[in-house]
Every structure is written in structure tokens, then in C-alpha cells.
Ligand binder design. Structure first.
Ligand code: FDA
Ligand code: NAD
Length: 508
């Protein structure tokens, strides 16, 4: 009896074992295919990040090796092999799955090893919950707001091309150029947020808060869909939420191929490094001649500063009066005569078409379109700024030259915000989209964006940005300024007073 029972069991095992093996193979096949699909997705991401990093290596770098090239070539081979498996599995459903089971198992092992190799090429990827790209005014104020709203150590990184912690940029064309070494503004004095009467955030403040200040680091490639940034040195940064605060860069005369515009002692003023070079040159060329190209903010402020530094100053601009985007003719006339009374010469209605240099390559003359040539030991150019949006071209919606945002400074891509000079946002006061290049806007937009980010996380409500104080440059403001000028109450308007404070400190 027992032996016949054993015989039945044995026979059943004999018959069913292969069937069970087949069923296992099928089950494993389905599970392994799911793993394979997941790994394939990861492979695509790693491949894209490797390609992003490769494209960031403008002057060659560690990624341009035969090994990396072969790895990238192999990605296509692996993808094709997986596609074949998928096609076969669809053709003869049950049987092919049974026979393909082993192959899929092996592919999973191969792909895991292959991915490990790919990730090793990328080195360490630094991941943060929040990244601010750009380390200027807006970045500093955003950091303070993150801290106020609640931030855990290690959550926030600020990546800046500049080598110093965020500072109040306006100082560069004012206190920084003061000829009196004791009175001249120098860092760490004017780190944010002293410009608005707040605490000074020294580098140690960021350390204490666990905020990573990644300085001297330029981001050269961005893939917002992958939430990845690549620096010029090839470092890779991942974020969950990004704040774009790259600000503006100067418009250069070399952009228009103006002859001789790359001569020595020709300056632009945007970053601390520019200001240091100008200060150095002011010392070297004491009592020399300075030509200021441009009659806007930089032109007026630097002309005043050069005059205080005992330079013989001439301003050149194409417009019929200075600061045409803010001043009416009457207001401009007031400033122009004020400047002229201080000995500053003003040449209007023409532009520089070239520059002469001496044997050392130092600028010596400014050729004007009307034929005149002005002597110059130093030339400072302030012909406008342009927002630094190029990194995000094609990835974000733009408007009026800036990155388009809503009233919360949210861009067209979820989790990506833009603040300060780069943001084009709805200004309710004018009922239109505008970009504003003013420090007050940089501070306020940064604060507002951080509040919006935090509110989004906790699903609380904040008010749409009213933007009522941001960059009052419209006709209403002009009329207000003009009125205050007419009635002789210059001190009545805060904006005009601020502007006066910065330029009307010419020596009597
Ligand atoms: P901001 O220019 O301050 O910062 C941008 C930062 O991003 C810089 O540190 C830059 O290096 C960095 N960056 C850019 N691209 C990067 C990249 N790819 N990777 C890493 N980092 C990158 N306004 C006003 O209202 N009153 C005033 O008196 C003055 N005065 C004044 C003087 C001077 C000399 C200048 C140049 C400007 C002013 N302004 C001003 C304008 C004001 O300073 C400006 O509007 C704000 O600084 C804008 O702040 P952001 O943070 O947007 O850019
Ligand atoms: P701006 O736009 O204020 O002025 C540019 C000036 O250059 C204009 O007068 C324009 O007519 C002139 N110009 C243009 N092409 C010229 C040419 N080929 N030759 C001679 N002149 C030419 O720009 P800016 O003064 O360079 O300022 C740059 C940035 O710095 C802006 O974002 C500005 O807001 C900011 N800034 C602001 C302040 C302030 O608010 N007090 C102070 C300094 C700088």
C-alpha cells in the first residue's frame, strides 16, 4: 500500500515538477521584467546625466574617455536587447516566457553592474532639498527667509559663481568707490541683509544654519526635467526645489564688436571682482582722465565717484538727457547742471565707436561717432544689463526677456522658481508682466518665493504678490518725482532721496 502511495507521489512529482518549473519561470519572468523596466528607466537617467556632464566639459575633462564613450555606446545595445526580449515575449506568450526566463534573469544582473559603472563615472552627486543658483542679493534674502520659515541642516545649498557670500550689490557703485580708505565700504561690512536694516549674514551664519555655500562655482548646464545642475568643474547637483537667482550681466561693447573695446583699463561694474579691478586702477591712474560711457544708473553713479576720486570726468551717452527711462527732461536737466557745476563734462547724442590704446594695450582715447576723440586713462562702461537666463532656454517659458513667473514667482516648471532680476512677473499696479532690475524687488521677490515654497509644502495659503512697491518706474512715479522736484521738496519721495543719496555726494 505504502509503496504504491510512494509510487503515485513520485510519479506526480515527476510529471508536475517540470510544470512547476515552467510556472516559476513565467512568474520570475514577469517579476524580472518589472525590475528590468525599472533599471532601464534608471539607465536612461544616468545616461542623460552623463551626457549633460559631458556637454558641460567645454575645455575637456575627466569624462571624455574611451571608457565613458564605450559605456554610452553599450546603452543602446542593452536597450535593443531588452526590446527584443519584450517583442519575443509578446509573440508566443507562455512558451517564450518560459524559455526567456533565464535570459531576463541574466540581463537584470548585467544591467545592475552596468548601472554601477555608469554611476561611478558621475562620482559623488550632491543632493539638496532646495538649491538656489546664484549667490547675489536675492539668494541672501531667500536664505534668511528659509531660516525664518524653518530649515533643517543640509537642506539648502546656494551655488554662486562669486567667491563671497551674498552681499548688497548696490554698495559697489557707492561706498566701495569712496576714496577715503577709512570710510570706504569693504566686506564683510555689507553682506546681506544690512541694506534693508537687517542682520548681517556672515559666512559663519550659513555654517551655523547648515546651509551649504558653494562659492566660486559656476553652473554651466541644467536639465530641469532631471532636476540636475552641472558646474564648470563637472560637479553634479540634484534638487527637489530650485530657485533661479542668477541676476543680470553687463552688456559689453565687445558684444557689438566695437573696435579696441578690449583695451586695458576699460571697466564694467557688476560684481565685487569688477569693483576691485576699478579701485586698483583708480589708485594707479590718480588725477587722470575718466570717460564714462552711458548715462543710466551706472553712468551717473560712477561719474560721481570718479569725480570724488579727483578724476577729470567726461560722460558720453546717446540720449537727449540722462536716465531717460526714469527722468523727465526737467528732472534730467537738474541733475545734468548739478554734475556740470561739479566739473563733469557731458556729451549727449553720440556714442563711442572705438578706442585707442598705447603700446601696453592700455586705453588712451575714446573715438566718438561725431568724429571727436576724448583722452582717457580709465573708461567705465554702463550701457545696460541683460538677465542671465541662457541656462534655462527651451526649458522654461520666457516673457519680456526674463523667466516668466506667476505672482508667487513660480515658473512654468513645477518646483522651479525665479526671483530678482531674471523674473518677469505680474505687477498688479500696472496690470502687466514686467521684469525689474532693482534691489528692493530682489529682496522682496526672494522672500515671497520662499514663503510660497513653504506654504506649498504645508498647503497653507499666502497672498498673491501685490508687488505694489516693486520698481516704481512707470509714468505715475515719474509724475510724482517731477512734482516733488517742481515744488522743491526733493526729500519727499523716498526713491528720489535714495538716488540723490547715492550720487549727490560730489565734492563741492
Ligand atoms: P545679483 O546680480 O545680485 O546676483 C546674481 C548672482 O548669481 C551673482 O552672484 C552671480 O555671480 C551669480 N550667478 C550668475 N550666473 C550664475 C551661474 N550660472 N552659476 C552660479 N552663479 C551664477 N538697485 C537698486 O535698486 N538700487 C541701487 O542703488 C542699485 N545699485 C546697483 C549698483 C550696481 C553696481 C549694480 C551692478 C546693481 C545695482 N542695483 C541697484 C541693481 C541690484 O543690485 C540688482 O537688481 C540686484 O542685485 C538683483 O539681485 P539678484 O539676486 O537678482 O542678482
Ligand atoms: P541703464 O539701463 O540704467 O543705462 C544704460 C545707459 O547706457 C542708457 O543711458 C543708455 O542710453 C546708454 N547707452 C546704451 N548704449 C550706449 C552706447 N553704445 N554708448 C553710450 N551709452 C549707451 O543701465 P546701467 O546704468 O548700465 O545699469 C546696469 C544695471 O545696474 C541695471 O540693472 C540697473 O538697474 C542697475 N543699477 C541700478 C542702480 C540704482 O538703482 N541706483 C545703480 C546702479 C546700477
Amino acid at each position: 500500500m505504502a509503496s504504491s502511495f510512494n509510487f503515485v507521489i513520485g510519479s506526480a512529482k515527476f510529471i508536475f515538477a517540470p510544470i512547476e518549473r515552467c510556472l516559476n519561470c513565467k512568474r520570475n519572468f514577469d517579476e524580472n521584467m518589472k525590475v528590468l523596466q525599472k533599471l532601464l528607466k534608471e539607465l536612461n537617467t544616468v545616461k542623460e546625466v552623463i551626457e549633460l556632464r559631458l556637454s558641460a566639459e567645454i575645455h575637456g575633462g575627466t569624462m571624455q574617455t574611451e571608457e565613458v564613450k564605450n559605456w554610452l555606446d553599450d546603452v543602446q545595445r542593452i536597450k535593443t536587447e531588452i526590446e527584443i526580449i519584450e517583442r519575443k515575449a509578446k509573440e508566443k506568450k507562455f512558451l517564450s516566457r518560459v524559455f526567456l526566463g533565464k535570459m531576463v534573469e541574466e540581463k537584470v544582473v548585467e544591467l545592475k553592474a552596468f548601472l554601477r559603472k555608469g554611476k561611478a563615472f558621475l562620482g559623488m552627486v550632491k543632493s539638496f532639498k532646495y538649491i538656489i543658483v546664484g549667490g547675489g542679493v536675492a539668494a541672501g534674502y531667500a536664505a534668511r527667509e528659509f531660516d525664518r520659515q524653518g530649515l533643517k541642516p543640509g537642506q539648502l545649498a546656494i551655488i554662486s559663481k562669486e567667491a563671497v557670500a551674498p552681499y548688497e550689490r548696490p554698495t559697489l557703485s557707492k561706498g566701495y568707490l569712496n576714496p577715503n580708505p577709512k570710510a570706504a565700504a569693504r566686506l564683510p561690512e555689507f553682506h546681506v541683509c544690512v541694506g534693508s536694516g537687517g542682520d548681517r549674514l556672515l559666512p559663519d551664519w550659513y555654517k551655523e544654519k547648515g546651509i551649504q555655500l558653494i562659492l566660486g562655482t559656476e553652473i554651466v548646464k541644467v536639465n530641469l526635467a532631471l532636476k540636475t545642475l552641472v558646474s564648470a568643474a563637472g560637479e553634479i547637483f540634484k534638487f527637489q526645489t530650485l530657485i533661479i537667482a542668477t541676476g543680470s550681466t553687463v552688456i559689453r561693447l565687445t558684444d557689438f564688436q566695437v573696435e579696441g573695446a578690449d583695451a586695458k583699463n576699460m571697466f564694467y561694474l557688476r560684481e565685487l571682482e569688477d569693483a576691485d579691478k576699478l579701485v586698483e586702477s583708480i589708485k594707479m591712474k590718480k588725477y587722470g582722465k575718466a570717460v564714462i560711457i552711458g548715462g543710466g544708473y551706472i553712468g551717473l553713479e560712477v561719474a560721481a565717484a570718479m569725480s570724488i576720486n579727483d578724476f577729470d570726468v567726461t560722460m558720453v551717452y546717446p540720449d537727449p538727457w540722462c536716465m531717460p527711462r526714469l527722468f523727465t527732461p526737467t528732472m534730467a536737466a537738474f541733475y545734468e547742471s548739478y554734475y556740470e557745476n561739479k566739473g563733469i563734462k557731458i556729451i549727449k547724442g553720440t556714442v563711442s565707436v572705438g578706442f585707442n590704446a598705447n603700446a601696453n594695450g592700455e586705453v588712451k582715447g575714446v573715438k566718438l561717432k561725431d568724429g571727436r576723440v576724448l583722452e582717457a586713462d580709465i573708461v567705465v562702461v554702463g550701457v545696460g544689463a541683460r538677465p542671465l537666463t541662457a541656462l534655462f532656454k527651451g526649458q522654461l517659458e520666457e516673457d519680456k526677456g526674463g523667466i516668466k513667473t506667476d505672482g508667487f514667482f513660480k515658473t512654468s516648471m513645477p518646483g522651479v522658481y525665479a526671483v530678482g532680476d531674471v523674473a518677469t512677473f505680474p505687477i498688479k499696479l500696472y496690470n502687466e508682466m514686467r521684469r525689474v532690475e532693482h534691489v528692493d524687488h530682489a529682496r522682496k521677490s526672494a522672500k515671497h518665493a520662499v514663503k510660497a515654497i513653504k506654504a506649498n509644502e504645508t498647503e497653507t495659503t499666502i497672498h498673491y504678490h501685490r508687488s505694489q512697491n516693486l520698481g516704481l518706474t512707470g509714468s505715475k512715479m515719474e509724475r510724482l518725482l517731477e512734482l516733488s522736484l517742481k515744488v522743491g521738496h526733493l526729500k519727499k519721495t523716498r526713491l528720489l532721496q535714495k538716488f540723490q543719496d547715492s550720487i549727490l555726494h560730489l565734492r563741492t
